[in-house]
Design a protein around this ligand. Structure first.
Ligand code: ZN
Length: 294
C-alpha cells in the first residue's frame, strides 16, 4: 500500500486520504510522548494501556505522527479537508506533490475545509508568496476558531511554550484567506453530503465532519483523538488540548456517534491512512484499523 495516497469510497463519493508527510514529536521541543498525549493519566493504568499497545513509557522516546488530509469528490464539488503543515519541518509539505500525482491541481479544489487552526492543519493555506494556495476555493472554518486566532484571543490564552510557532502559522495562513473564508457557527451542510459537526475542546472551535452518501458515513474526527489509546481512555487528554473537559465531552459524543452509526472514521494523526471503525468496549471504545491490503 502507498503511504502517500489511499483511495476509497463512501456511497457514490470518491475519497482520497492524502499524506502531507509526518512529524516526530520528542524532547526537548516536546514532552516525552506519554506525557504529551496522556497528560493526566494515572501511572499504573497508563503503563497497562501502553503495554497493550506494545509500548513502555520509559522507552517511548519519540512519537512519529502522520498528517493525513482528505480529498472528497462529490461529483459537484472537489473538497479538501485541511492543508497540512506546509514548511513546518523538512518532513512535511507533501500535500501538493501528492495531489499532483493524483492529477489534482490547486485550482481544481473549490472548497477547503479547515478543522482547526493548528499549524499541521492550516500550514498549506498559502503559497511561498503568502497568497491563498487554492485560489478558486471557498475556505470554511468554524466561527469561534477563526475569531480565536484572528482577534487577539490566542495571543492572550495560549501557553508560552507553544505560543510562538502557533501564532506564526496562524498569522501567515489565516489573514491571507480572509476574502475567501466562510465561517459556520452551527451544524450545517457545507456542501451537499458534507456536514459540519461541532467538536470543541482540542481548540475553541475545532470542527469534525460527517460525510454521507447512500446510507454510508465517514466521520472525520480530526484531532478529537490523537492516539488510539484515547478511544479506550477518553478521559486522558493531551498537553496540546486547549480545554480538557470539553475534549472529553466532545470525544464521548463523537465516538458514540461513530460506534452507533457503524461509520468509518478518519483520524488525522493515526497510522496512515488513518481510517478505521470505532467499536464499543466496556465504558470506552476501541480502534479497529481498516483493512487496506491489496
Ligand atoms: Zn493536529
Amino acid at each position: 500500500m502507498s503511504t502517500e495516497t489511499f483511495r476509497f469510497e463512501i456511497g457514490k463519493l470518491e475519497l482520497r486520504a492524502v499524506s502531507d508527510g509526518m512529524l516526530t514529536y520528542a524532547p526537548p521541543t516536546f514532552p516525552p510522548p506519554a506525557t504529551l498525549l496522556f497528560a493526566n493519566a494515572p501511572t499504573e493504568p497508563l503503563e497497562e494501556a501502553l503495554v497493550e499497545h506494545n509500548l513502555e513509557s520509559e522507552k517511548w522516546l519519540e512519537w512519529t505522527s502522520p498528517y493525513i488530509c482528505l480529498v472528497v469528490n462529490t461529483g459537484d464539488h472537489l473538497v479538501l479537508v485541511d492543508t497540512g503543515a506546509g514548511g513546518l519541518a523538512p518532513t512535511t509539505g507533501r500535500l501538493l506533490p501528492n495531489l499532483k500525482a493524483e492529477g489534482i491541481a490547486p485550482v481544481d479544489i473549490d472548497t477547503v475545509i479547515l478543522t482547526h487552526g493548528h499549524p499541521d492543519h492550516i500550514g498549506g493555506n498559502t503559497d511561498a508568496e503568502g497568497k491563498p494556495a487554492f485560489p478558486n476555493a471557498r475556505y470554511v472554518m468554524w466561527k469561534d476558531e477563526w475569531d480565536f486566532w484572528t482577534s487577539g484571543q490566542a495571543e492572550q490564552r495560549l501557553d508560552e511554550h507553544v505560543r510562538e510557532v502557533l501564532l506564526k502559522f496562524a498569522h501567515e495562513n489565516l489573514p491571507p484567506i480572509q476574502g475567501q473564508v466562510d465561517l459556520c457557527d452551527r451544524e450545517t451542510e457545507i456542501v451537499p453530503c458534507i456536514r459540519a459537526v461541532a467538536a470543541p475542546g482540542h481548540t475553541p472551535g475545532h470542527m469534525a465532519l460527517e460525510i454521507s452518501s447512500e446510507g454510508k458515513q465517514l466521520l472525520c474526527i480530526s484531532d478529537v483523538a490523537l492516539h488510539p489509546i484515547h478511544l479506550e481512555q477518553p478521559e486522558w487528554y493531551a498537553v496540546v488540548d486547549f480545554a480538557p473537559e470539553q475534549v472529553v465531552a466532545t470525544r464521548r459524543r463523537l465516538l458514540s456517534m461513530a460506534a452507533a452509526q457503524k461509520a468509518l472514521a478518519l483520524a488525522f494523526h493515526f497510522p496512515f491512512p488513518g481510517l478505521g471503525r470505532v467499536l464499543q468496549k466496556g465504558e470506552g471504545w476501541q480502534w479497529q484499523p481498516m483493512e487496506t491490503t491489496g
